[in-house]
Design a protein around this ligand. Structure first.
Ligand code: AKG
Length: 279
């Protein structure tokens, strides 16, 4: 079996691509790591102002909060997003050189409204269909999403809604179909759920008395421009201390885009070249 820990990679990839389009793992991360990440997120939420969010219409009085650029904001976040099991499951879909496109937190405070059903493919604007190639389809995935629950996800507090199988449609969700076919990912804190960014999904309204927080990781293949511009978000000095997996996910050691004029005069790519420019 092609496995990492007790996860059968081939089955996982089949489920994500041609199956139900999502995987849910309870207790994926240790209780200590989740507690530390949760503490940091609520602390950051107290110290940071409201930040840009999406799929809440023109809402200005946010009852939810985004904390962006998490790789720069603590070792716990770096440990979570660079956990070796994530690239092991995603690599068959996104390639070994997959990168992190965004790693942020979403906090839904009591009273937070539901998002509209959407896809992240790999940005947020597939509703503007003409901005994307006409032939775009679901034959391969440009991004995979990883949601890490920091609080229990319940029906009352906004557990994410998804439509199983919708990753095969490569289409913006139809609201009526979304309402009729969506299910909720009710799961305890410390869970991970994975889905291709084409799966129809949306955070739901928080009708409880307590906040609901999650980490949202978006992973993409290397030819996609990440949502968060790591070259400007991450302090290069601090990044010298990051592990090699983390650096690779941030694309810090990847050669392209390159100033080709600055490269040495040799053949550096192709099967017969001794060394690609990024090795
Ligand atoms: O927080 C959630 O439940 C999902 C959030 C989401 O899908 C998004 O912000 O794109």
């Amino acid at each position: 079996m092609n496995a990492v820990g007790d996860i059968d990679i081939d089955r996982a990839v089949a489920e994500l691509s041609t199956g139900r389009g999502y995987l849910l793992f309870e207790n994926f991360f240790s209780a200590e790591l989740i507690a530390e990440a949760r503490r940091s997120i609520y602390q950051l939420a107290r110290s940071e102002p409201d930040r840009a969010s999406h799929f809440h219409g023109d809402e200005t009085e946010a009852a939810q909060k985004r904390i962006w650029n998490l790789p720069a904001k603590g070792e716990a976040f770096r440990r979570i997003c660079s956990d070796e099991r994530l690239p092991a499951i995603m690599a068959p879909l996104l390639g070994d050189d997959l990168m992190l496109s965004s790693f942020a937190a979403n906090i839904l405070y009591p009273g937070a409204p539901a998002q509209e059903g959407h896809v992240d493919y790999p940005y947020w604007d597939l509703h503007a269909r003409s901005r994307w190639p006409r032939t775009l389809n679901a034959s391969f995935f440009l991004a995979v999403e990883a949601v890490v629950t920091l609080d229990d996800f319940t029906l009352e507090n906004g557990a994410t809604a998804i439509v199983p199988g919708s990753q095969k449609l490569a289409a913006w969700p139809d609201p009526e179909r979304f309402a009729a076919e969506s299910i909720r990912l009710v799961t305890p804190a410390g869970s991970l759920f994975l889905f291709p960014a084409l799966l129809w999904h949306a955070g739901q309204a928080n009708r409880s008395q307590r906040s609901r927080a999650a980490l949202l990781g978006s992973y993409t293949c290397k030819s996609i421009k990440p949502i968060e511009d790591w070259s400007r978000c991450i302090d290069p000095e601090a990044a010298k201390g990051y592990g090699s997996r983390m650096r690779a996910l941030l694309g810090l050691d990847y050669a392209y885009p390159a100033v080709m004029d600055a490269l040495p005069g040799r053949s550096s790519e192709g099967k017969r070249s001794r060394k690609a420019i990024n090795y």
